[in-house]
Design a protein around this ligand. Sequence first.
Ligand SMILES: O=P(O)(O)OC[C@H]1O[C@](O)(CO)[C@@H](O)[C@@H]1O
Length: 449
Amino acid sequence: MIRLVEWTQSFVAPEEIELQQPFVETAHRLLEQRSGAGHEFLGWMDLPSSFDPIELQRIKEAGQNIAKQANLLVVIGIGGSYLGARAALHMLQHSFHDLLPREQRPLQVVFAGHQMSATYLAELLELLDHYEVAVNVISKSGTTTEPALAFRTLKQYMEQRYGIQGAAQRIYATTDAKRGALRKLANEAGYETFVIPDDVGGRFSVLTPVGLLPLAAAGIDVDALLQGAKRAQSELRESDVRKNPAYTYAALRQILRAKGKAIELFVTYEPALHYVGEWWKQLFGESEGKDGKGLYPASADFSTDLHSLGQFVQDGARTLFETVIKVKNPRRSLQIEEVADDLDGLNYLAGRPLQQVNDTALEATMLAHQTGGVPTILLELDDMSAASLGYLFYFFEKAVAVSAYLQGVNPFDQPGVEMYKSNMFALLGKPGYENQRERLATMAKVRES
Ligand SMILES: O=P(O)(O)OC[C@H]1O[C@](O)(CO)[C@@H](O)[C@@H]1O
């Protein structure tokens, strides 16, 4: 479902990949034997094959229930508790889902809690009265400020509108089995709850209820998603770097990093994959960007961004390589028509599928960027189905785990995210952060002087 089609061999020779085999073998063993750094967070590896069928059924039923109760589902979460569902909906639903006639989109999903913008939240609140609303609040820790604040506001809205009991029947909480503020609140309020397993970190949680419940509510085939991931789980077991495309990709990235490429640009030619790029950025950024190491994960939508970033990619600082996703069989096709006057001079393309032009743009760009000193890794995704997306999720999860081990870091922690949070708590005056507040005040004075 994903194939590694080619990479720029003038930058990385096949023998260089083979030389990685002993290191890949070690990384593979660390994963399979569950003995590497962060091994307590390897639950994602078996999720597709070991998902509890009763729990899956409960998720699907809750999804159906949401779709009956509501025509608007507000999904509250951030990072790994947000991006997977958003990526899947954006890729699998109609490109103009929001514009479809009402009867063709029985349930609309919107997101909140993925930032702290008052404008965003206030304008969302303004619209809610026009819909029947349900809420899925998702937080593994239950303490993340952004979703917690959004939920405080939404909970109040729901209770005022539907009453405390009525609101409780329309609020679904996805969180830790036992710990955290959200678990406590959900238990006390009597919400239906779903568990994010202890051994699955946020950015690896798309195939848990975190991703599956909103997707089930939106009518996405979650069985197919899991089936695709299951296929990846069984096909990406091979320890040979030449035979396992996830490992070839991991090795290529690390070789390119060692050659001074500091930025990986995730490129798609299908706008529907835009949020897959956003999901991918968190997966790779949080897993690898630590101990002063890592590739900076960036993303771009081509050919759109060729007309904004293209100049830099072709000709700017030579610190980039690209990972390009080509969709082999996109959802739709469209033929370019011949017109009598040919005023736009495009008749030379008449009779050809528009997709052919898109594919040619991809090829032309790869050649141009290679000439400009930008290596490319080309991945091909079969199609834009739920099964292929499930495969893609698992492919990148496996790749990042091995890549991070090759790089010598723990793929499953994110210590660097904490500093902004604790600084913010100190500046906001949260009890317990008084010392830090003083330190920040001193820093501010030094800056002013
Ligand atoms: O689900 P939670 O615990 O609210 O965390 C959301 C996200 O925030 C982070 O902890 C980073 O701030 C991510 O790792 C995580 O995916």
